[in-house]
Design a protein around this ligand. Structure first.
Ligand SMILES: [Zn+2]
Length: 133
């Protein structure tokens, strides 16, 4: 008996698991395979590794507040190490702090920029106005 690949339509061996032509999985009836081979389930009390928010911290550094951004980067860069050495609570705390500091930095930077722009254009406008009259 010959099966056909549902994806590309080529005939494939009936017992093939994957299409040799396009690599599409063929067998819905196969016993369920582990989603990720070699993936080990994390311990229940541990949960997912927190996002270290490093990207956010770098954005903070670049767009506005260098001191806050650097602070966030330092915290964020420790998250993975802490997590890997089993200090899960500390890792989460660092990730949280990095995120908060980054957000504060970005918001403060945004507010500062707006105020700066208003002042700049305000003074510029006032200077033009004063010049005309
Ligand atoms: Zn195929």
């Amino acid at each position: 008996m010959i099966s056909y690949c549902p994806k590309c339509g080529k005939p494939v061996a009936d017992d093939a698991t994957f299409c040799p032509e396009c690599g599409a999985p063929l067998k819905a009836s196969q016993p369920a395979q582990p989603a990720q081979p070699g993936y080990s389930k994390p311990k229940e009390d541990v949960g997912q590794k927190p996002d270290n928010n490093l990207i956010l911290a770098i954005i903070t550094t670049v767009v506005c507040c260098m001191p806050l951004g650097v602070w966030a980067i330092v915290l964020a860069s420790k998250v993975d190490n802490l997590w890997n050495s089993g200090q899960y609570a500390q890792a989460r705390e660092n990730a949280d702090k990095a995120k908060k500091i980054s957000i504060i930095g970005i918001v403060a930077g945004g507010v500062f920029s707006v105020v700066y722009l208003i002042l700049t254009f305000g003074i510029y406008g006032a200077a033009i106005f004063a010049d005309l009259y």
